[in-house]
Write a protein that binds this ligand. Structure first.
Ligand code: BGC
Length: 753
């Protein structure tokens, strides 16, 4: 009887499994499996190989070398090509180039299309005349999800119009180390902002369906912890305890997986001594098994080689290949040669990498290519071209740049300035385009202004357009580095004839390691210029175009107005002028805490002992004392909060809590405003943060108008990572805070954690 029962049970399992397998094989999987069955080891490993355009191109940008192309596609069977040789190409050049690559692939035995990938970081970086939008840090300042989605959809369309279907974006690294040269590519220091905007952007890239000419495959990057470098230098060691990693660095990737990201790029650095590319724990156990990511994992630039050459955890290049592929890498951005191909074939033959791992990687790559429609049509889609450079993208770029503008200081309402004023526009950023756009702008570093669209405007040009040439003086020359930009004596003399000085300081464009700095101090010659401007006695308005916060602590008291403009893309100049002269009412909010000094880089979601300083037996609350706090941003009108109400004071289990608050525009101008909801866990098993952002809503209020805003949260919004690395919400007292108001409630877990 017992054995019969067992048999029936076993049969039931078999049938169920069989039926399930049958049901789970989608038409794409079926095609992929059939193709995979025909492929040789060489063809499979070729698919896992990605080379840069320089390998198949000539020295002239946009031109292919037919012999080199044949070698890559026919002999080495490469699955992917990326990048540009030096700078952006026209749509037509992209089409010619990608058509030749597709033709070459059609000549191969199995005709597997090549997938081309580019970095469209804030718009389509590498196509001339594309529309560049604010960098992520500036989009986070806008606090506007719909806008973030809208600009992303344009980036997708302009990539696809160029014939490219894979974008290496978005960057999901959190900006908690302001020295880091990739800080501008982040959504700032807050986890909630990063995960919600990141997920929204991924949906915007992919939600139309990858077959559609309005979508591209996204690539969440750089998994994991890339921004946590100890020194802030790019690609240097990270020491990250699991509890911190799960609380601050992982949630963005978890949400991105749920949002449907098709691909992922790996962090080039090491965490706790293990290069992430070599970490089976991070790439397979955490990413695949826990987060459930099923897409393609691509390395970053040369990173498998570096596991041997720089990280020194593999004694030979082949060992590095074996370690990384076994850890979970699907595709290697080799990208300047074919060494990965040769070494991986050898490693498989020596049984250092199992065939099952190769098949798994190749399957994921082929699925991506099928989903993108490359097997149906590997050529640039002619019908996509109409989506390039539409006139409305210009107004969208202005809207996005305008919403990013963050007014940090406005002493005695010095701003907006009158349009009848006579102004001096000074400082190195006044006649620079690269200092308004930053990294990944037509070139990797973004500094070569000859590639920018001819109708791009500097700050000087936009202010001149508003006030008329007779009312605008300048002491700057073209480009950030012109020596005349820093001549304090000339500035002082010119200031005699004006009503105000608009001083444009900050950072010129940089990307990755070339942007490494030793400290956050603003360049001395810029500080000297600011001091000279203040000494004239004329009101000085400081406009900052920078990718990360550079110290202005010493000069801030003598600046009457300060506008943080970030690197906000094509329309940065226009957006600045609109705010300065009152055509736009600013509403951006800082996505990071603007630090005061190197020894006081404290995040807004500080711990109680970061907040409270013990001075002998007195406690003072000066631990969080940035120059400007996270969430700070002024308007030309004023807002008053009242009547905070909770739907319950006793939240239980999975119930929802609704919080309402009234906001009134008490000023004379219409205004746009972000209402932010923070929470505080009063006592918990892990020291709770003083506050955490849990939700926000952006609203429009006419002068005098009042609106009620409602937020709905539940226990998941209050959760934290505990000592067992579980995300939990513990029973206890909580507080919610909105615009200076707060309300307390109790949460009871009811054992449902
Ligand atoms: C960067 C990546 C980028 C890749 C390809 C690397 O240097 O770290 O973010 O996607 O280059 O351009």
């Amino acid at each position: 009887m017992k054995s019969l029962l067992f048999l029936t049970f076993a049969m039931a399992i078999c049938t169920a499994t069989h039926a399930q397998t049958k049901k789970n094989v989608s038409p794409t999987d079926k095609k992929v499996n059939e193709l995979l069955a025909k492929m040789t080891l060489e063809e499979k490993v070729g698919q896992m190989t990605q080379v840069t355009l320089g390998v198949v191109g000539t020295k002239t940008d946009g031109e292919l070398d037919p012999v080199a192309l044949k070698k890559a596609v026919a002999d080495y069977k490469v699955g992917s090509i990326l990048n540009v040789t030096n700078h952006a190409l026209t749509v037509q050049q992209w089409h010619q180039l990608l058509t030749k690559i597709a033709d070459e692939a059609k000549n191969t035995r199995l005709k597997i299309p090549v997938i081309y990938g580019l970095d469209g970081i804030h718009g389509q970086t590498y196509t001339l005349e594309s529309t560049l939008f604010p960098q992520n840090i500036a989009m986070a300042a806008s606090r506007n999800m719909e806008l973030a989605k809208a600009v992303t959809k344009v980036a997708a369309k302009e990539l696809r119009a160029s014939g490219v279907r894979w974008n290496f974006a978005p960057v999901l690294d959190i900006g908690r180390q302001p020295l880091w040269s990739r800080f501008p590519e982040t959504y700032g220091e807050d986890v909630f902002m990063g995960k919600t905007m990141g997920a929204a952007v991924i949906k915007a890239y992919e939600e139309d369906g990858l077959q559609n000419t309005t979508a591209v495959a996204s690539c969440m990057k750089h998994y994991l912890g890339y921004s946590a470098s100890r020194t802030g230098k790019d690609r240097t060691p990270i020491y990250l305890p699991d509890i911190e990693m799960r609380e601050y660095y992982l949630p963005q990737f978890r949400e991105a997986v749920k949002a449907g990201a098709s691909t992922l790029m790996v962090n080039s650095s090491e965490i706790n001594g293990v290069p992430v590319h070599a970490s089976k724990y991070l790439l397979t156990d955490l990413l695949r098994k826990e987060l459930g990511f099923e897409g393609v994992i691509v390395t970053d630039w040369e990173d498998i080689k570096r596991v041997h050459e720089r990280h020194n955890v593999a004694a030979t290049p082949r060992e590095a290949v074996a370690i990384c592929v076994n850890a979970g890498i699907d595709m290697s951005m080799v990208p300047t040669d074919f060494s990965f191909y040769d070494l991986l074939i050898e490693a498989v033959k020596r049984k250092e990498v199992p065939m099952s791992r190769i098949d798994d990687a190749v399957k994921r790559i082929l699925v991506l290519k099928f989903k993108l429609g490359l097997f149906d049509n590997p050529y640039p889609e002619k019908e996509a071209v109409a989506n390039f450079g539409k006139p409305e993208y210009q107004s969208l770029a202005l809207e996005a740049a305008s919403e990013a503008m963050t007014l940090l200081k406005n002493e005695n309402n010095v701003l907006p300035l009158s349009k009848n004023a006579k102004v001096l526009v000074a400082g190195p950023a006044a006649q620079s385009l690269s200092a308004l756009n930053g990294c990944w702008s037509y070139t990797w570093q973004g500094k070569e202004e000859q590639w920018y669209p001819a109708d791009s405007k500097t700050i000087l040009q936009t202010i001149t357009a508003k006030l008329g040439a007779a009312n605008v003086l300048t002491t700057t020359g073209k480009g950030f580095d012109s020596p005349m930009n820093y001549d304090a004596a000339v500035l002082t003399a010119a200031a005699a004839n004006v009503d105000a000085i608009i001083l444009c300081l900050g950072e010129n464009a940089y990307a990755e390691s070339p942007g490494n700095i030793a400290d956050l101090a603003l360049d001395e010659n810029q500080v000297a210029l600011a001091k000279a401007a203040a000494a004239t006695g004329k009101p000085v308005i400081l406009v900052l175009t920078e990718g990360r916060p550079r110290f202005i602590t010493g000069i801030e008291p003598s600046m009457k107005g300060i506008l943080m403009a970030y690197w906000s893309g094509k329309k940065t100049g226009e957006a600045i002028a609109d705010v300065l002269f009152g055509d736009y009412n600013p509403n951006g909010k800082l996505p990071f805490s603007y630090p005061r000094s190197m020894g006081e880089v404290v995040m807004y979601d500080r711990k109680p002992t970061e907040e409270t300083r013990e001075i002998f037996n007195d406690d003072v609350h000066t631990g969080y004392n940035p120059l400007f706090a996270f969430g700070h941003g002024l308007s030309y009108t004023s807002f008053e909060y009242s009547d905070i109400k909770l739907s319950t004071l006793q939240l239980k289990g999975n119930e929802n809590l609704t919080i309402t608050v009234k906001i009134k525009n008490t000023g004379a101008r219409d205004g746009r405003h972000t209402v932010e909801l923070y929470s505080r866990d009063m006592y918990a098993s892990i020291t709770p943060s003083i506050k955490r952002l849990r939700a926000f809503q952006k609203i429009d209020l006419k002068a005098g108008e009042t609106k009620t805003v409602a937020f709905r949260i539940n226990k998941n919004d209050l959760a934290f990572v505990n000592a067992q690395l579980k995300t939990v919400t513990e029973t206890g007292d909580f507080k919610v805070m909105i615009g200076g108001l707060s309300a307390a409630f109790k949460y009871t877990s009811q054992g449902v954690n």
